[in-house]
Write a protein that binds this ligand. Structure first.
Ligand SMILES: *[C@@H]1O[C@H](CO)[C@@H](O)[C@H](O)[C@H]1NC(C)=O
Ligand SMILES: *[C@@H]1O[C@H](CO)[C@@H](O)[C@H](O)[C@H]1NC(C)=O
Length: 217
């Protein structure tokens, strides 16, 4: 075997390792129902004793109930992730219900571990995501009931209810625990706060503007 082949195999191996760890790992058993009480920390939750697993571990009720949108952004996300449904642990899939009051927004955010597949089941939404390469290109659309839109993993995206009635969407994710980084909260609402000199320089804005943004979160 020539050096090149060895190197190629090495890079193929590295590529596979990377792919295998970029998303939720594939299960190697029927299920691994989360045991939140287990003190052993693993990637995901440790498995509950399979003999103690019941149908309830795979169940979530009440997704027909609208989320409470009486809040500053006028939207609510009801998560159906592994934290809510222990049976989703290790399965690499989850979903959420999203409710939007008229004028409500699900503010710009990213899911570090999942692509999102969103379908509107009531009302209409203005949605969009911004790319990393080509840099900062916005892909945006208005969605009506029955329309589906994809938000690729890790990219900043949003949904806005520009209609006069409530809107409802269901989103699927290819992770049991997609995570959400809300840009506004991460940048202006971190704990402890990011130094306002840093933010003033980064946003080319006056420090009083930065302080005002920080105080709102
Ligand atoms: C975790 O511990 C609590 C308190 O002891 C108990 O009520 C609960 O059933 C336990 N959960 C599991 C999945 O064993
Ligand atoms: C919705 O949330 C608001 C603000 O927290 C609260 O005042 C109101 O009672 C809630 N409504 C319902 C139906 O739970």
């Amino acid at each position: 075997m020539g050096k090149c082949t060895v190197f190629s195999l090495f890079f193929v191996a590295v590529a596979y390792c990377y792919l295998a760890s970029a998303f939720d790992p594939s299960p190697v058993q029927d299920f691994c129902v989360a045991d939140p009480n287990c003190t052993v920390k693993v990637n995901g939750f440790a498995c509950k004793n399979p003999m103690k697993v019941t149908a309830d571990d795979f169940y979530f009720g009440g997704l027909h109930i609208a989320g409470n949108t009486t809040n500053a952004v006028g939207s609510r996300v009801t998560q159906v992730f592994a934290a809510q449904v222990p049976g989703l642990n290790t399965l690499g899939i989850s979903l959420a219900r999203l409710d939007y009051a008229p004028g409500g927004i699900n503010p710009p955010h990213t899911h570090p571990r999942a692509t999102e597949l969103l379908t509107v089941i009531e009302g209409s939404l203005l949605v969009g995501f911004v790319t990393s390469n080509p840099e900062n290109k916005l892909f945006t659309r208005v969605l009506q009931k029955g329309d589906v839109f994809v938000f690729p993993v890790g990219l900043v995206h949003f949904q806005f209810n520009a209609g006069k009635t409530n809107a409802v969407a269901i989103a699927g994710f290819n992770s049991q625990n997609p995570g959400a980084v809300v840009i506004r909260n991460a940048v202006f609402g971190s704990n402890p706060p990011i130094n306002d000199d840093v933010l003033a320089k980064a946003f080319q804005a006056d420090k009083t503007v930065i302080d005002q943004l920080q105080s709102k979160i």
